[in-house]
Structures are given as structure tokens and as C-alpha cells.
Design a protein around this ligand. Structure first.
Ligand SMILES: C[S@@+](CC[C@H](N)C(=O)[O-])C[C@H]1O[C@@H](n2cnc3c(N)ncnc32)[C@H](O)[C@@H]1O
Length: 228
């Protein structure tokens, strides 16, 4: 079973996401064990302070190294753990990265807050820092949930049918083909005839064509990546 530990100053933010849908099911099936840790439990400060002003001046506060180092040491124990720092300036999170992370037995995700995290955490503790996009969020909690969601659904046996991953967007650098469900006609818009034909070879070819066209229109960068 994969284990994921999360280090945060807002542990209550996680239950809405981790106790629903596929992640809830994955936990019930014993495919993943997710533990949320409150960083404040690891501070040596008598007022439970985990942040301080940045050296050199500037606005805001920075999460201190001590509680994070102590927490990681305690949570890690004797296990080999891949440590991820959430960071707006980290490497871009992709489906490929999610697949790679789904192969680890133990992940630990550090959620930054305020102006960020003391640089020594990145230097000496984190195996990598990951960004979920070119924008700045208030904290690493949402990025951690995004990472976990993307990774957990890739763990073998988590999704109902293994098939449902096969044609998903970003597999083979393609976006997914268009999907329809009942009714066959809605407000004058008809489902493409081919999808009602029962001819699976032709449906497969149509879907591939549509996936290529959609990728070319919405994400041409994915296709040029595939050609390299
Ligand atoms: C307000 S942000 C700090 C931003 C930092 N001062 C900067 O300019 O890069 C606080 C925390 O949110 C998380 N965070 C914000 N945006 C993120 C993103 N796009 N991807 C991953 N983590 C992010 C990080 O953990 C970060 O330490």
C-alpha cells in the first residue's frame, strides 16, 4: 500500500477532498494510506509559532526550518520517503510526473504558507519542488490535494476498470476525444451517428481522429512534443 504524509498548518482543509470519491474508495480498498500532520505539533516555540520574519527584510512571514526538519525526521522514521515541497517556482506538475510519483511507496508533501518556506528546506530536505501552475496560491494545501488526486487514481486497482485510464487526456500526448451520453438528441444537437453504430473499429478510428483534432486546436504544444 502506498503511504502519503502531508505536513501543513491547516490540517482541517484536507478532509473535504480526501474523504470523498475515488480517494475515499482508494483508502477503503487499502491502496493508499494518507496521513495529515499539523506542523504546529513539531515546533519548539512555546507559543506554537512556526513562522518568522525574513532575513534581509521584506513583507510577510516565512515558515521556519526547525519544525519542518523535525517533522520530516519523525514522520520518516526508518522508511525511505520521497519528499516534495509545494512551491510556485517549482517544476511544473504534469501527468507524466503524476505517473512517476505513483510508483513511490512513500511520499511526504510539505505545504508552504505565507511568503513561503526557509530555503534550507529545499536545499537539504526536499527531493524535489513542484508547482501546479504559473500562479500564486495562498498555501501548498490545494497543490498537495491536486497532486494526491492525480497520483492516487493512477495506482493500479484504484479505478474501476484499468481501461478508463487508457485514452485519458495527456496519455500519448493527446487530449481525450469528445464524450456523449443519453439522450441521442438534446436541444437539436445530435450525437455523431458513428457512436450509435456499434462498429467498434470505426468508433476507435473516429475517436482517434477527434483526439488529434482537439489536441491540434487546444494544445498544439503537446503534439510538437510528441514529434521530438
Ligand atoms: C503565497 S505562496 C508563496 C509565494 C512566494 N512568495 C513566491 O513568490 O513564489 C505560499 C505557499 O503556497 C504554495 N504555492 C503557492 N502557489 C503554488 C503553486 N502554483 N504550486 C505549488 N505550490 C504553490 C507554496 O507552498 C508556497 O510556499
Amino acid at each position: 500500500m502506498m503511504r502519503i504524509d502531508i505536513l501543513t498548518i491547516f490540517p482541517k482543509m484536507f478532509s473535504a477532498v480526501l474523504d470523498e470519491s475515488i480517494i475515499k474508495r482508494a483508502k477503503a480498498k487499502k491502496k493508499v494510506d494518507i496521513r495529515v500532520h499539523d506542523l504546529r505539533d513539531f515546533t519548539k516555540d512555546k507559543y506554537k509559532k512556526v513562522d518568522d520574519r525574513p532575513f534581509g527584510g521584506g513583507p510577510g512571514m516565512v515558515l521556519m526550518a526547525q519544525p519542518i526538519f523535525d517533522a520530516v525526521k519523525k514522520i520518516r522514521g526508518r522508511r525511505k520517503v520521497h519528499v516534495i515541497l509545494t512551491c510556485a517556482g517549482g517544476h511544473a506538475f504534469t501527468q507524466k510526473k503524476a505517473r512517476q510519483l505513483s510508483g513511490y511507496k512513500n511520499l511526504l508533501i510539505i505545504c508552504g504558507h505565507y511568503e513561503g518556506v526557509d530555503e534550507r528546506v529545499r536545499q537539504a530536505l526536499a527531493d524535489e519542488s513542484i508547482s501546479i501552475g504559473d500562479y500564486v496560491l495562498t498555501g501548498g494545501e490545494l497543490p498537495a490535494m491536486v497532486l494526491i488526486d492525480a497520483v492516487v487514481r493512477l495506482i493500479p486497482g484504484v479505478l474501476g476498470k484499468e481501461e478508463s485510464l487508457k485514452d485519458e487526456s495527456f496519455e500519448n500526448d493527446l487530449l481525450e476525444y469528445p464524450q456523449y451520453t443519453r439522450p441521442a438528441e438534446f436541444e437539436g444537437m445530435k450525437v455523431p451517428e458513428i457512436l450509435l453504430s456499434g462498429n467498434h473499429a470505426q468508433i476507435g478510428a473516429w475517436r482517434h481522429k477527434k483526439a488529434l483534432a482537439r489536441t491540434k486546436k487546444e494544445r498544439p504544444d503537446l503534439q510538437s512534443k510528441g514529434k521530438k
